[in-house]
Design a protein around this ligand. Structure first.
Ligand code: FDA
Length: 403
């Protein structure tokens, strides 16, 4: 490893060094700075908060009013409770309003900026007092601990501090420069890492499930669930040329394990006997016409073809119609994979929560080392939960770093 404090070179001393100027790192810096601490944020990109800027289609779904620990996946589902309870969506919203940022609730408690996501980055930077330095274009590739102090070099400058915060995120979207650097660093200090996997990611389909691939561009409201997990999500599914996406599918992908089935309920609000009721009302109806009334035509045609009932309902026994309704309510398929980190909105897994204090995010066995945000094995549902975790864990660490 390269020496970080070469003899004779100037070392810049801070109370804390924050690696990564994303959502969690900037929030942590602001809070620590507001306590009068001198902190430096080292960000490898040319500007901070790049994922914030592209989030929510450029409008940043910055929190979710329904946030609770149940909306997060982790090897320890209790870990996130403390930080989430101490910094809530209301707290973040108060900050947004203090900065005069207009916002709206889109759906399911998801709060977005009316304007651009850049307002959130500007807000976080404005929250950083003069004691905070944010240095961009500063990729950190090595860190050492010398006694009670961490030493870091970046951009030809040398920094030292008694606190080091890992806020470099996860490897989702490597095209944006995302890497697993947080995990390398954690392992260097003896911290365990829960195997990282892509999450909130589209499924790919093969075999007979290519039926869905032919429907590229079609979207429909469904309920989707998977495997052993009890989680299921009633939102839209979107058929893509590779497989399936859309909010319901992205949510389920976080729970999915390779080889498991995914179950889709088309028409989640329909009763078990809806086709039989339709037969009574209109014996001349067909499955195709019935489905076309409630689903996009291409999807209706594909499902009717698969189920294979061509006759008018008046000539179809009730039990056949009931079986068709059951099939529509529990359509099973097995994805052959996902689109991977290239398309994953977040990473599941990461630095093991068993290694960290849930109150401060400090490593239990490495004094002064903290990990926050997506780098940690806490992953939220789609819908603003991941930012809420970034803010809450950033606050937990920022309020705890000791001078
Ligand atoms: P984040 O990835 O934001 O920041 C890490 C920072 O560290 C980066 O700026 C990176 O450049 C820097 N870095 C990495 N390695 C480094 C090194 N070696 N040296 C120095 N710096 C380094 N969530 C949500 O709640 N609502 C939403 O609307 C969206 N939308 C969304 C859209 C898309 C396309 C993606 C990919 C993701 C989302 N998310 C989201 C998820 C959300 O963006 C994510 O959970 C947070 O950005 C995580 O914040 P962190 O600060 O932990 O990591």
């Amino acid at each position: 490893m390269q020496a970080h404090t070469p003899i004779g070179s100037k070392v810049e001393h801070y109370d804390g060094i924050i690696l990564g100027g994303g959502a969690a790192g900037l929030m942590c810096a602001a809070r620590a700075g507001q306590r009068g601490l001198r902190v430096v944020v080292l960000e490898k990109a040319e500007k901070p908060g790049k994922k914030i800027l592209i989030s929510g289609g450029g409008r940043c779904n910055f929190t979710n009013v329904h946030t609770s620990p149940a909306n997060f996946l982790s090897a320890n589902p209790h870990f996130a409770k403390s930080a989430l309870a101490r910094y809530t969506p209301k707290d973040f919203l108060a900050l947004v309003e203090k900065h005069g940022i207009e916002w709206h609730e889109k759906t399911l408690g998801q709060l977005f900026c009316d304007g651009r996501a850049t307002q959130i980055v500007e807000m976080l930077l404005a929250e950083c007092p003069d004691t905070v330095d944010v240095i961009c274009g500063a990729e950190v590739s090595a860190v050492i601990k010398e006694g009670d102090s961490f030493a870091v070099s970046a951009r030809g400058r040398h920094f030292a501090a008694p606190a080091l915060v890992i806020a470099t995120g996860g490897p989702s979207i490597p095209q944006m420069g995302a890497t697993g650097y947080a995990y390398d660093l954690a392992r260097q200090f003896g911290l365990k890492v829960v195997e990282p996997r892509p999450a909130l990611v589209p499924f790919t389909l093969g075999g007979e499930d290519v039926l869905f691939r032919e429907l590229s561009g079609v979207s429909a409201p469904v309920r989707a669930g998977t495997g052993k997990s009890k989680a299921s999500f009633a939102e839209a599914a979107l058929f893509t040329h590779k497989g399936l996406s859309g909010p319901a599918i992205l949510q389920v992908s976080s729970y999915w394990r390779s080889g498991e089935e995914v179950a889709i309920t088309f028409l989640p609000d329909a009763s078990a006997d809806w086709l039989i009721d339709l037969k009574r009302a209109n014996p001349r109806a067909t499955l195709r016409s019935a489905l076309r009334d409630v689903l996009p035509d291409r999807l209706a045609d594909a499902l009717a073809e698969r189920i294979g009932i061509e006759r008018e309902f008046g000539n179809v026994p009730d039990k056949v119609l009931r079986a068709a309704a059951e099939r529509l309510a529990d359509w099973r398929f097995t994805p052959n994979g996902t689109e991977g980190f290239a398309k994953a909105e977040v990473t599941i897994g990461g630095i093991s929560t068993a290694e960290l204090s849930s109150r401060t995010m400090e490593a239990k066995n490495v004094r002064g080392l903290y990990a926050i945000g997506e780098a940690v094995d806490v992953t939220g549902w789609l819908g603003g939960y991941n930012f809420q975790w970034a803010w809450a864990s950033g606050v937990a660490a920022g309020d705890s770093i000791a001078a």
